[in-house]
Ligand binder design. Structure first.
Ligand code: LMR
Length: 398
């Protein structure tokens, strides 16, 4: 039976990790997968996480099952981080949060939930969007369509076109927005634009679904959830999937969540049963380790301050690298305008170079980036920036 299977190409993002690891060039640079790197090029365990792990090791006295929607304590911490304490209080029982195996697990769980609520729903994703959105949502049987988002020429959001498309989205369909630090383009909606999308949603009745994978890596923990909170305050229904992979550095621990806001308390209690059943049918229950670490950090003011300070350092470093990259490209005589990189947020930006130029960077210079020209800015450091700039200058100016 298995002989009938056809081999599939490597994942466009994860495939780069393997290629980078196999490369023996000492000058190789990894700008591929979205993982934070420190100035030495490492992705260390955050200090607050290490300390929480120490506490966990000492205090944990059972490994018994938790349940399909994970730990209630973790779910409360995540809800507070995303929505803020006031909104959590005012939403009351209209809001439910379920722990999920990473952001990906949360997205897949959300897709199952949407499918149960409306099997005919189309999910509208931004053009472009994260490469894994389509497989994660599509395998649940949802139809996918795109709305215009990024203008590769002006390096800004095609907001009028986006709004014009969303104005045609019917009630019963779902619009997926990136909460902050848009992956892959780094161009976010302004506050006014979020407000206009909210108004349109209230008028049209489509359901807003926000993927929040980078809270704290754009402008700040509070600033990065402006859109999420605006929607949560105003809309009768909302779906938010969040991840602790990047802001807690818990990548491999698969620590995420699905939060759903319903029109009424009773609708939310029904939704909670659907989410629990969907989780049970897919993976039974999410892994506990990362979630307990997050809960320990969020409920201990010393650890929480330490984590916040580390996250601030990460964010400042990424924003500093953005400015440094733009300035050094200019100083190296690259006439193409890259100033947009400084305006964009989070780990990613498109360089806006051709596939041919990208292939040269990968094959001739061992500089790894996704074929869309997306780079992970956090992969740059003082030891590799000169080589990166001279390679880019060679490839762009040749
Ligand atoms: C990325 O976009 O590089 C990250 O979100 C990692 C992944 O799973 O693709």
């Amino acid at each position: 039976m298995f002989q009938s299977l056809q081999a599939l190409p490597a994942d466009p993002i994860l495939g780069l990790m393997a290629a980078y690891r196999a490369d023996t060039n000492p000058k190789k640079i990894d700008l591929g997968v979205g993982v934070y790197k420190d100035p030495a090029g490492n992705t260390p365990v955050m200090t607050a996480v290490k300390k929480a792990e120490g506490i966990l090791l000492e205090s944990q006295n059972t490994k018994s099952y938790v349940g399909p929607t994970g730990s209630a304590g973790y779910n409360d911490c995540v809800a507070e981080l995303i929505f803020g304490a006031d909104l959590v209080a005012s939403l009351g029982k209209r809001r439910i949060t379920a722990q999920a195996p990473g952001g990906c697990g949360g997205l897949r769980l959300a897709a199952e939930f949407i499918q149960k609520a409306n099997p005919d729903a189309t999910v509208w994703v931004s053009d472009p969007t994260w490469a894994n959105h389509v497989p994660l949502l599509g395998t649940a049987g949802l139809k996918i369509q795109q709305y215009p988002y990024y203008d590769y020429t002006t390096h800004s959001v095609r907001f009028e076109e986006m709004l014009a498309t969303l104005a045609e989205v019917p009630s019963g369909d779902v619009v997926l927005l990136h909460g902050c630090c848009h992956n892959p383009c780094g161009s976010d909606l302004s506050q006014e634009q979020w407000q206009q999308v909210r108004d349109l949603c209230l008028e049209r009745g489509f359901t807003v679904f926000i993927d929040l994978a980078y809270q704290g890596l754009g402008d700040g923990l509070e600033e990065d959830v402006y859109g999420v909170r605006l929607m949560a305050e105003a809309l009768p229904e909302l779906i938010v999937v969040s991840s602790c992979s990047k802001n807690f550095g818990l990548y491999r621990e698969r620590t995420g969540a699905l939060s759903v806001i319903c029109e009424s308390d009773s609708a939310a209690s029904i939704a909670a049963t659907q989410i629990a059943a969907a989780a049970r049918a897919m993976y039974s229950m999410p892994p506990d380790h990362g979630a307990t670490i997050v809960e320990l950090i969020m409920t201990n003011s010393t650890l929480r301050d330490e984590w916040d300070a580390e996250l601030t350092e990460m964010r400042d470093r990424i924003n500093g690298l953005r400015s440094q990259l733009v300035a050094q490209l200019k100083a190296a005589g690259v006439t193409q305008d890259f100033s947009f990189i400084e305006r964009e947020k989070g780990m990613f930006s498109f360089l806006g170079i051709s596939v041919d130029q990208i292939q040269k960077l990968v094959n001739n210079y061992s500089i790894y980036l996704v074929n869309s020209s997306r780079i992970n800015v956090a992969g740059i450091n003082d030891s590799n920036i000169d080589y990166l700039i001279s390679s880019l200058a060679d490839v762009i100016n040749s």
